[in-house]
Design a protein around this ligand. Structure first.
Ligand SMILES: Nc1nc2c(c(=O)[nH]1)N[C@H]1C(S)=C(S)[C@@H](COP(=O)(O)OP(=O)(O)OC[C@H]3O[C@@H](n4cnc5c(=O)[nH]c(N)nc54)[C@H](O)[C@@H]3O)O[C@H]1N2
Ligand SMILES: Nc1nc2c(c(=O)[nH]1)N[C@H]1C(S)=C(S)[C@@H](COP(=O)(O)OP(=O)(O)OC[C@H]3O[C@@H](n4cnc5c(=O)[nH]c(N)nc54)[C@H](O)[C@@H]3O)O[C@H]1N2
Ligand SMILES: [Mo]
Length: 770
């Protein structure tokens, strides 16, 4: 089956093979594995990796291989459901129709808009599933509220990295150059293989974070690339021959970055030409870095002096250096400073927008303009009511959402106004995904008078507070576009081609098109149901295609044309390196970066205007045995959390037997020495606890952990347990985020210590017994 026009084929045995690209649901980031969806008589038979996809070359993750199980799981909800307000927390859901659900929900939306103002409605969204392209629009132009909330304390995922890239680099998300945008892949003459890749606070093989195809590291290692892994654990890529591991104490990376930078300035080993032409504040950053001599940095980070020196020398002298930066940058109170220091280091290494270094996205992203325009559906007065926006300009300039911690405060206090209606779109945040102090959120959410949940299965969140449940279609059940980095740096882009239908499930774009047509038709003109009211499936399919055709216009093709193209790689359509030299990064067409100074701002003009230190600096985290010596006896250990596994995407997939078999229970990784000290053996149930809360895990004793550091699982609930209140599928038993403090955020309102709080651990008999 060749790429191109033939994206769907009927085989001799009657099966239909649809070529597609994966996204969500079931969850994953837009990594876009090229796959073949095999169906027969409308039923999903299996998923196969597509060998012809030039990037993923047949590889596909376990969660997608299990799609048949996921699709037909008995727990899946495939019709709209509703429940009486007084039955919240009880399993008293009844089936309803889309027509009734739409009538009632639209009536409620209008009631809250008119009675309390549209700002009384809050929409909760989760990570970068396809939904994240649409929940901004759902909030701003369908519900016409300014309050779109991603609930992770300190917005601690990706948003900080992107905002800092906007503020100090003046470009979309910088991504490791693994030749994904070039049709010739690694052999394309425009490409040069990275000699070294610095993999920093990221574990891309299981995570494939935000569209970065993690297995490219394996491809690159096979061709000769070596890895510098900066991680408290020794990861799979770090463990390979010749690779270097800096096992940093959690949350101290900013000191390490400044220490490496200082060594490069001291030895003069850096790209002088690039630095002098393109870094603003070179003298100031040199002076700041000088405050981080290597011995002091070694003491803070617990990384040996010789290792730091070796890495500084490699970064300063070998070319090209690639970089992969991950979630540990965001889940960190010093994360804003870390991201700024990282960008400066990459600039000093001559990696910016050069082959084998970091690629940059152009200033206008596909679907980006449309997304930005959605705010225009509200007048300035309504927009100015966005929760936390005025108090946190450094967050609300980069992110169109509320400040998450402020949102909980608002719900608890009704200040500056009460929130009345909630809409959960791709968020199950009572499980230890997202919210810190989830019991406080649980209590606060009860105050919402009306709640709509869009999801796949009954979740603890839906069971606790949902009034209406709208069933979601998987990526194989709807048309859509997989967009790596959500358009901020489109390495490649692929169509999701609808291959089957299950029950009455609808995709996020379909739900926006349907509700938008009812609630704000001038902004949502695409859906034209025949009788003007009811669900018209044919009109809905046309609306989806017309919507995408409008978005794709600027690339010169429509939805059908995109399906026939099969894969869009910018390298085949005029991609250029060194865009800053060519006037391709700024809206005014001038050379330089899209910052105030036109340069990479090691000294940030914007930070200064917000009354913040313009340069990066390091502060000891608030909840560590060093900053809280009085508690160090009680909580002598540090725990990080949430490193990804092949078996689940956050709280999803716990109900899928083949995946649950891989990781049947929540786990905590402990170094053998530490385990011995605490009398813990492999497989024991343990409780990890601190001054904020406790959670239970099964011990995995492993030398990849540094002594004294734990690593706990996140996203655990037990779909097989009683779902009703107060058990809620056991959601409080292994809830790591009860150990994470509320509103302990860093610079600009970003960053919370999900990956590093002080704690203790003790053996218990089981998940439920002491
Ligand atoms: N299978 C699967 N894939 C996923 C997800 C999932 O749940 N499951 N979630 C998705 C989401 S939303 C995201 S944001 C991405 C995240 O994916 P990544 O960015 O890869 O992040 P993590 O896997 O959380 O952690 C990466 C590494 O950081 C290390 N680490 C912990 N604390 C520190 C520290 O203080 N400093 C340093 N330098 N390293 C530290 C951990 O040991 C771990 O190896 O994955 C996405 N992909
Ligand atoms: N301790 C700790 N906590 C963490 C992390 C950590 O590393 N450590 N990681 C954090 C990070 S980085 C993130 S991004 C958050 C993630 O937090 P969330 O994104 O809130 O993750 P989930 O709990 O999986 O909730 C998502 C829900 O959306 C549903 N869903 C899946 N796909 C779709 C879709 O396409 N459309 C719709 N409408 N629904 C869909 C799923 O079934 C699921 O119930 O968790 C954070 N929590
Ligand atoms: Mo995330």
């Amino acid at each position: 089956m060749a790429y191109g026009k033939q994206w769907q084929t009927v085989m001799e045995d009657g099966t239909v093979v649809t070529r597609s690209n994966t996204w969500s649901p079931p969850g994953s980031h837009p990594v876009g594995y090229g796959v073949k969806v095999v169906t027969k008589d409308g039923e999903l038979i299996r998923i196969e990796g597509d060998d012809d996809n030039p990037i993923t070359t047949g590889r596909v993750n376990a969660m997608n291989l299990a799609l048949r199980e996921y699709t037909y799981a008995p727990e899946r909800i495939i019709y709209p459901m509703k429940r009486a307000y007084e039955d919240r927390g009880k399993d008293k859901w009844v089936r309803t129709t889309w027509d009734e659900a739409m009538d009632t929900i639209c009536e409620k939306v209008r009631y809250f808009q008119e009675t309390y103002g549209p700002e009384s409605i809050v929409c909760f969204g989760g990570t970068g599933r396809e939904a994240c392209i649409f929940y901004y629009a759902l909030t701003f132009s369908v519900l016409q509220s300014p309050n779109c909330c991603y609930t992770q304390s300190g917005w601690s995922c990706y948003g900080p990295r992107c905002s800092i890239s906007d503020y100090v680099l003046g470009a979309g998300y910088p991504e490791l150059d693994y030749a994904g945008h070039l049709p010739g892949s690694y052999d394309d003459p425009r490409y040069t293989l990275s000699k070294w890749v610095v993999v920093w606070g990221k574990e891309p093989l299981p995570s494939n974070g935000d569209g970065f195809f993690g297995h490219c590291l394996v491809d690159m290692m096979k061709r000769g690339t070596k890895i510098i892994s900066i991680d408290p654990r020794i990861t799979w890529v770090g463990a390979h021959n010749g690779n270097i591991n800096l096992q940093v104490r959690p949350q101290t990376d900013t000191a390490l970055a400044l220490g490496i930078m200082n060594l490069m300035f001291e030895t003069g080993e850096y790209d002088h030409e690039f630095a002098e032409n393109w870094i603003y504040g070179l003298d100031e950053i040199k002076a700041r870095a000088a405050e981080y001599p290597v011995e002091k940095v070694s003491e803070i980070t617990t990384v040996p002096v010789e290792d730091i020196k070796r890495v500084a020398h490699i970064i300063g002298t070998e070319r090209p250096i690639g970089w992969a930066w991950g979630l540990a940058f965001d889940q960190n109170k010093n994360g804003v400073q870390l991201s700024q220091a990282f960008i400066v280091l990459a600039a000093l290494a001559g990696s910016i927008d050069r082959p084998g270094g970091l690629t940059l996205g152009p200033p206008s992203a596909l679907l980006g303009k449309w997304r930005m325009e959605q705010r225009g559906a509200m007048d300035d007065e309504v927009w100015s009511k966005r929760i936390g926006a005025a108090a946190w300009p450094g967050l609300s300039t980069g992110m169109a959402t509320t400040q998450p911690d402020e949102t909980l405060n608002t719900m608890e206090t009704d200040e500056p106004y009460a929130l009345k209606m909630g809409w959960f779109n791709s968020s199950n945040f009572l499980t230890p995904t997202c919210s810190a102090q989830p019991k406080r959120w649980h209590k606060a959410l009860q105050k919402l008078e009306f709640v709509v949940v869009q999801d796949i299965t009954m979740t603890p969140t839906a069971m606790a507070v949902g009034d209406y449940f709208l069933p979601m279609a998987t990526w194989a059940e709807h048309d859509g576009i997989v967009l790596t980095h959500y358009g901020r740096n489109t390495v490649f882009m692929g169509p999701m081609n609808k291959a089957l239908t299950v029950g009455e499930c609808k995709s996020d774009v379909e739900i926006c098109l349907m509700f938008g047509q009812r609630l704000n038709p001038s902004w949502w003109p695409w859906y034209k149901p025949a009788d003007g009211k009811s669900l018209d499936l044919e009109a809905l399919q046309t609306a989806v295609e017309d919507f995408y055709s409008d978005q794709l216009k600027e690339l010169g093709f429509d939805w059908k044309g995109f399906q026939e193209l099969g894969l869009y790689q910018p390298g085949a359509h005029g991609f250029e390196y060194e865009k800053y030299e060519k006037g391709l990064l700024r809206f005014d067409g001038q050379p330089g970066f899209n910052t105030i100074t036109g340069q990479i701002e090691a000294y940030s003009i914007l930070y200064e205007s917000w009354g913040e230190d313009p340069l990066p600096y390091y502060e000891e985290p608030n909840y560590s045995p060093i900053s809280k010596p009085d508690f160090a006896g009680q909580y002598p250990l540090i725990t990080t959390s949430g490193s990804r596994r092949y078996s689940s995407f956050h709280s999803e997939h716990r109900q899928v037997p083949s995946l649950r078999q891989i990781d049947p229970w929540p786990w905590v990784q402990i170094n053998p020495e530490t385990a011995k000290e605490y009398g813990i053996t492999d497989g024991d149930w343990v409780e990890v606890y601190n001054m904020f809360g406790e959670a239970r895990f099964k011990a995995e004793i492993t030398p990849v952990m540094k002594p004294g550091i734990l690593n706990c699982a996140h996203g655990w609930w037990f779909p097989e347990q009683d779902g009703e209140e107060p058990n809620l599928f056991g959601v409080w038993k292994s809830n790591f985020n009860s150990l994470v403090p509320h509103f302990n955020v860093g610079k600009l309102g970003f960053g919370a210590p999900y990956k590093g709080v002080m704690c203790n651990v003790r053996r218990v008999r089981s998940l439920d017994q002491d």
